[in-house]
Design a protein around this ligand. Structure first.
Ligand code: FPP
Length: 250
């Protein structure tokens, strides 16, 4: 507290300098539950709830895209009941979206290899894709059975197949052209990548897309990463000097 009882300001979010796309690695759900003597599934439930809250907050701030890492290609190694619990949460979320997204004008997109998902989940995703295609506005992206290296290999194979079919010559490929083969085709790169949960690694997340993203990490666990925490990440982002390999703007 200051001399006259005013709280020392931590700075404010500049609404005129917001990122258009924020990516998040939702880490720390298990530890959040463990700290409370709860099963890990309770941590994922709380994590899914925080995803809804932060999505709503992004929309309020007029951030265009929020992309979260819900399930990696490596997460299948977890105990079966944990995997089943996460997939159940996703289905529940998909049902909610089908009921509300048109009214609320929220688009939803999935990035990853969805071919291995069960039929019901794939059918629900088709419905959310159809609804998303006829509305515009805020878009949440969920990375599911996603790995950054796998995404690049998948894209390289698709381009190679197009070359073999005579559609393109191999040396005609540009960076922009390659991006059209990624799961994220059409999305702008995230300006800000947030990792709660204390780790400081990228964990095979959006490897191509995060080439120039500002990285913000914090020990706060994802289920505790609320609007105030999100503001702190935005304020940190706004204090960065983004040079993209060039020189400072001043
Ligand atoms: C990482 O925390 C979290 C995951 C691997 C799963 C995240 C999934 C959800 C929040 C549910 C998805 C649902 C929707 C609707 C998006 P961790 O389990 O590795 O945590 P720990 O490091 O503390 O063990």
């Amino acid at each position: 507290m200051g001399l006259f009882g005013t709280k020392k300001s931590m700075g404010q979010v500049d609404k005129a300098n917001l990122p258009s796309h924020v990516a998040v690695i939702m880490d720390g759900n298990g530890r959040w539950a463990q700290k409370r003597g709860l099963p890990r599934s309770a941590g994922h439930r709380a994590g899914a709830e925080m995803f809804r809250r932060i999505g709503t907050y992004c929309k309020e701030l007029r951030i265009d895209y929020l992309t979260v890492y819900a399930f990696s290609t490596e997460n299948w190694k977890r105990p079966q009941d944990e995997v089943d619990g996460i997939m159940r949460l996703l289905k529940q979320y998909l049902h909610e979206c089908i009921d509300t997204m048109e009214r609320d004008r929220n688009r939803l997109r999935f990035l990853g290899d969805l071919s291995v998902l069960d039929e019901e989940t794939r059918a629900l995703i088709c419905r959310t894709d159809e609804i998303s295609a006829r509305i515009d506005g805020f878009q949440a992206n969920i990375c599911l059975n996603y790995g950054g290296r796998g995404e690049i290999v998948h894209a390289a194979r698709a381009f190679a197949a197009d070359c073999a079919a005579g559609k393109y010559a191999p040396d005609s490929l540009s960076e922009e052209g390659f991006e059209r083969y990624l799961y994220s085709a059409g999305l702008p790169s995230p300006e800000l990548l947030i990792r709660p949960g204390g780790e400081k690694r990228i964990s095979n997340y959006l490897l191509w897309q995060c080439a120039y993203s500002e990285f913000y990490y914090t020990d706060t666990l994802w289920p505790d990463f609320d609007e105030r925490e999100f503001d702190k990440a935005l304020i940190a982002y706004q204090s960065r000097d983004r040079r993209f390999g060039g020189l400072s703007r001043q």
